[in-house]
Design a protein around this ligand. Structure first.
Ligand code: ADE
Ligand code: ZN
Length: 330
């Protein structure tokens, strides 16, 4: 077995870009549909999987939101999250910062409290049983308007002890970050950290806006940054983390193939990148597969792989002492 691949598998890693609803595997989707008596427009798992043939972000999101409709009860959110934490153990993820999309549940009548409690209780159990640490990030859906985001922020306030940050996801093009300036300002005032998807498909201007209007601590994706050299200079100088998701970018056709991905170029330029799985149940692999396939396609050296893994801890919301403890083990 190749020494670098062995290293990837064994090394502790942090995951910083993971949508918990995107870990809903077809098997669990069917099980929950049956348990909750929900009709889904696919006869079996093979038929469902054949629909996972995306042409862009929008084509994926249609299937993704449809899949989330089987999540109704607190137990469903617990089971979903529990399946993911088992993958973390398998892949040696020791710290994870996960997104959830409350508006996609609340807007179909599911109670906010049961969503957050189901997710949180599974993460707590994982911490007790095998030491996984985690943070929860609540995302606003950018295809909805800011008033809807403000309403969901109000509902989140009583769960401030469980949610560390707010983020921005869903359809990017046509929904610039500045549309959410007020809600992010309010979230910061209430003590939340901030991140945002930007420059996945959208232009570098959206990355500027996320930095300048939303005051984000990290950019999710950010792979379009090379279209603006001044922006690249800023991202390098300030070491602003970019949470890169290689297999996602291939499935959503941001790049044609992994060999064309710009993550090695990002690394060569000194950008603060790490690798993540985004929506692994839909994009064909969890974190180790993202690392291993990228290493093979771009011929990453052991040193480069180590840098990426160290970056995953450096860019996390862990405290400095904990970051140093993990980094000393890489
Ligand atoms: N929601 C789930 N996955 C997403 C992605 N890759 N981009 C934007 N919104 C998302
Ligand atoms: Zn994402």
């Amino acid at each position: 077995m190749n020494e670098i691949i062995e290293f990837i598998k064994k090394s502790p890693k942090a995951e910083l870009h993971l949508h918990i609803e995107g870990t809903l595997e077809p098997e669990l989707l069917f099980k929950l549909a049956k348990r909750n008596n929900i009709k889904i427009p696919y006869l079996n798992i093979a038929e469902l999987k054949s629909a996972y043939n995306f042409t862009d972000l929008e084509s994926f999101l249609n299937i993704f939101y449809q899949g989330s409709k089987v999540l109704i009860k607190e137990q469903d959110f617990f089971d979903l999250t529990w399946s993911y934490v088992l993958k973390c153990r398998e892949d040696n993820i020791v710290h994870t910062e996960i997104f959830f999309d409350p508006q996609s549940h609340v807007n179909r009548g599911v109670n906010f409290n049961l969503v957050i409690n189901g997710i949180y209780n599974a993460l707590e159990k994982a911490n007790k049983e095998f030491g996984l640490t985690s943070k929860i990030i609540m995302c606003f859906l950018r295809h909805l308007d800011e008033s809807s985001a403000l309403e969901i922020l109000d509902q989140a306030l009583i769960h401030k002890d469980k949610i560390v940050a707010v983020g921005l996801d869903s359809s990017e093009i046509g929904h610039p970050p500045r549309k959410f300036e007020r809600v992010f300002k309010k979230a910061i005032e209430k003590g939340f950290l901030t991140v945002a998807h930007a420059g996945e498909e959208g232009p570098p201007e959206y990355i500027w806006e996320a930095l300048n209007f939303l005051k984000v601590r990290r950019i999710d994706h950010g792979v379009q940054c090379f279209k603006d050299e001044q922006l690249v200079q800023k991202l390098i100088k300030e070491q602003i983390p970019l949470t890169v998701c290689p297999l996602s970018n291939i499935k959503l056709r941001v790049f044609n193939k992994l060999q064309d991905h710009n993550l090695k170029k990002m690394l060569d330029r000194g950008l603060m990148i790490m690798l993540n799985s985004d929506d692994p149940a839909y994009f064909g692999g969890y974190i180790n597969k993202n690392y291993i396939e990228s290493q093979k396609a771009l011929n990453l050296s052991l040193k480069e792989v180590k840098t990426i893994i160290i970056n995953s801890f450096k860019s996390s919301f862990l405290d400095q002492k904990k970051k140093e403890e993990w980094i000393s083990q890489i």
